[in-house]
Design a binder for this molecule. Structure first.
Ligand code: HEM
Length: 407
């Protein structure tokens, strides 16, 4: 597959903003997606390790982690759509080919995801009060995590197959005979997948540091529970961080020839340094973790580290497709559309900012309040603004659609 053929597969309509905008948004939203995936997997694994114990504190943790994992699945799904949109805009020749070559799995992805999420709810419905008694139906939670991992594996394969245009013809017609079933997952890197999954441990460790700080702010009375959170978070950060480093090193050691330049490159080194900084930060902060915003800073630094990892991953893809296949994502034809660009950023910043700001403020303050929580007039006003903005957005959505149809 030469560069001319790859370029011919691009959308002749071009893209509505500079390709760099899509690449940057792709990096940012992939980092958010993978953070949610990692919290979901880490919290889900803690459910399995705590829910069946006699120790009430472990079961309290399992109950909290089950709620966290349930929400994280929906966040991972919702935020997963964003990198999906961006990757198919600037890398459409690669992404669509990869999808069509494994179409059976792309469609199966939805069914497997629904089954995985439902199994988690099944476990939740069986065990609504984990604090009162040890869990039943553990197989549901095991099945849920296995199915969600399979979903991630499909995503990994789709992302990886797109990097191998020289193999596409052989995959489509092995030995010259067309196989249009789409049933085969053709290319993967176990070490690369293991790296992103192993990061779930330190990311969940950083999450637990923040949970502990939050509970201290809410005057948590059970010192034993806080001690459990501290011990676990350290183990996950240091032990899990070490496992992730080993997986990352294995990925780098097994890079195929056309990607070998990435090993030791500045983005790779920076990503590794940020991950090491994140896992060592709590040990460096010591008792300060319980004061001010330090307990939350660890997850903040971890989020920045994930953005750097996402940027390094994008750099690997961009340079590989440019260097080995002559495809420069930055030269995509721009057909600038100010309206859609402004709508996107205004929705993201104004509607998203106000509504999310309101929801998070209410959830945060309610959790820090003893007894009944009554929002302040300012928070109540923010709530009214949120509802009004969403209503305005919906009216705008139908109005623009109607205008396009009748004009
Ligand atoms: C819930 C289980 C999920 C897991 C465990 C998971 C895990 C992953 C992992 C590990 C990657 C990185 C693959 C790699 O670079 O090798 C990835 C990429 C990706 N995921 Fe997910 N994912 C899940 C769900 C979803 C969903 C529901 C969507 C979309 C609605 C989605 C969209 C994406 C996209 C678009 C990428 C690739 C982005 C790119 O190449 O720029 N994921 N996912």
């Amino acid at each position: 597959m030469n560069a001319e053929m790859l370029l011919a597969l691009r959308d002749p309509a071009g893209v509505p903003s500079h390709p760099l905008v899509f690449l940057l948004l792709g990096v940012l939203t992939f980092a958010l997606h993978i953070a949610a995936v990692q919290v979901m997997l880490g919290a889900g694994t803690l459910v399995l390790s705590g829910a069946f114990r006699a120790d009430v504190r472990w079961r309290r943790l399992a109950a909290a982690m089950l709620a966290t994992s349930k929400i994280a699945v929906s966040v991972a799904i919702v935020i997963g759509v964003a990198p999906l949109l961006f990757v198919q805009v600037v890398y459409d020749p690669f992404w669509y080919t990869s999808n069509v070559l494994s179409a059976w799995w792309v469609i199966g992805f939805i069914v497997i995801l629904i089954a995985g999420y439902s199994a988690m709810y099944g476990f939740y419905w069986l065990n609504e009060d984990l604090r009162a008694r040890p869990a039943r139906g553990g197989w549901l939670m095991v099945a849920s995590l296995a199915l969600l991992l399979l979903v991630g594996w499909i995503m990994h394969v789709l992302s990886y197959q797109m990097l191998w245009p020289e193999q596409w013809r052989e995959w489509y017609a092995p030995g010259g005979t067309v196989d249009a079933s789409g049933r085969t997952l053709h290319a993967y890197s176990v070490a690369r997948f293991a790296f992103f999954i192993a990061l779930a441990a330190p990311v969940t460790g950083a999450w637990l540091v923040a949970v502990r700080r939050y509970l201290i702010g809410a005057q948590e009375a059970d010192a034993g529970y806080l001690a459990l959170l501290q011990r676990l978070s350290q183990q996950l950060l240091l032990g899990g961080g070490a496992v992730a480093v080993v997986a990352g090193a294995a990925w780098m050691a097994m890079l195929p020839e056309k990607m070998a330049w990435f090993l030791g490159s500045a983005p790779m080194v920076l990503a590794a340094a940020m991950l090491v900084l994140t896992v060592l930060l709590p040990s460096a902060l010591g008792r300060r973790l319980d004061q001010g915003g330090w307990g939350y800073a660890v997850f903040g630094v971890g989020a920045v580290a994930l953005i750097v990892v996402a940027a390094a991953r994008e750099w690997l893809r961009y340079v590989t497709l440019l260097g080995a296949h002559g495809y420069d994502a930055m030269t995509y034809r721009v057909n600038f559309d100010a309206y859609s660009t402004v709508t996107f950023f205004a929705t993201f910043a104004i509607v998203g900012g106000v509504v999310l700001g309101w929801l998070l403020t209410v959830a945060w303050q309610a959790g820090q309040t003893r007894g009944t929580y009554t929002p302040s007039p300012a928070v109540a006003r923010l709530g009214r603004w949120s509802v009004a903005l969403i209503a305005l957005w919906i009216v705008h959505y139908f109005a623009i659609g109607a205008w396009v149809m009748v004009r």
